[in-house]
Design a protein around this ligand. Structure first.
Ligand SMILES: [Zn+2]
Length: 315
């Protein structure tokens, strides 16, 4: 949740022509996209949520992970997940809502974590761009939820905006004791290098298609293939050429195409690898054959095997 959507541009009534978003080289598997981060519970989807959810399969979307932003949205995400097979929920308090965090909600999260469709704690983190909650509250709530995720053995989805130093300082205290996904990451690849050493993953969204998005494009080129996920971050950040519109899970295809171009890799193979990464990160109940995942070279990419080699580890 990084950009307030222009509500005047979200009123389109019909779903766009999906053919426009299909890649030139179609992967052999019809269900090939997993959107690792889409706020389907957001009010922006109210008028077309049912249409979007019932169109997922036709548009090649195997699953959507719906993060929570506070107690209400986490419960809404879980209700959607319980209603639709292809939706999975994260529960957590976004830095914007940190002021609303209570011990009661924390206790409730502990119970909800046992639900079958809850796959992570998120999205949590720090946002010093908007500062909707005081920074010390944001840090405290971020740390409490990281500790909770560690205790519950659930992965975490992290939002960090203009708070890179503090995010890194807090994450260093947890290191590889947690499994983290840096969502909609827009920082210098040097920062990513430190996080990759903890074994974390990274998801890229529509920003990678924006002309002036320097860091997402750099990251798309250097992240190890086995650490990369894709997302829409809907309703925000729709990829070019749909920037400013309501973002839909299958727009992730456009993001994926751009990443494949930047990496100069085969789109179907990259899609397959990213699908496997997403299934593994969230432990989604889909078949994940790893037989052909070795196609993607991790040489000179940050994270994965290459970082392990740099650190002298055996794996
Ligand atoms: Zn988000």
């Amino acid at each position: 949740m990084t950009e307030r959507i222009d509500q005047t541009k979200t009123t389109e009534r019909s779903l766009p022509n999906a053919e426009l978003f299909r890649p030139v080289v179609a992967p052999e598997n019809k269900l090939w996209l997993i959107d690792a981060h889409c706020h389907l519970d957001d009010d922006a989807y109210d008028e077309k949520r049912e249409d979007v959810l019932s169109a997922l399969e036709n548009e090649g979307v195997e699953a959507v992970v719906n993060p929570g932003c506070d107690e209400t949205s986490s419960l809404k995400a879980l209700a959607l997940a319980n209603q639709y097979d292809r939706v999975f929920a994260c529960i957590g308090t976004h830095p914007h809502e940190a002021s609303s965090y209570t011990f009661e909600w924390e206790a409730h999260m502990r119970t909800l974590a046992g639900e079958k469709k809850v796959v992570a704690i998120g999205e949590i983190g720090l946002d010093y761009h908007y500062d909707f909650s005081p920074r010390d509250t944001q840090r405290n709530v971020f740390e409490r939820q990281l500790a909770l995720a560690k205790e519950l053995d659930l992965p975490v989805v992290i939002h960090s905006r203009e708070a890179c130093e503090d995010t890194l300082a807090i994450l260093k205290n947890f290191g590889s004791s947690i499994r983290a996904l840096m969502h909609s990451f827009n920082e210098d690849p040097k920062i990513w290098e430190e996080l990759a050493d903890f074994g974390y993953s990274l998801s890229l969204g529509g920003m990678v298609t924006f002309k002036n998005a320097r860091w997402p494009k750099e990251l798309a080129k250097c992240v190890a293939a086995d650490r990369l996920l894709i997302e829409t971050d809907g309703p925000y950040l729709a990829p070019v050429p749909y920037r400013g519109r309501l973002n839909l899970p299958w727009y992730a295809a456009r993001t994926l195409e751009t990443i494949a171009e930047l990496r100069q890799e085969s789109l179907p193979m990259l899609a397959k690898q990213i699908r496997q990464n997403t299934i593994a990160f969230f432990a989604l109940p889909f078949g994940a054959s790893t037989a052909d995942s070795a196609y993607c070279s991790t040489k000179s990419k940050i994270g994965g095997a290459s970082s392990a080699i740099r650190r002298g580890e055996t794996f």
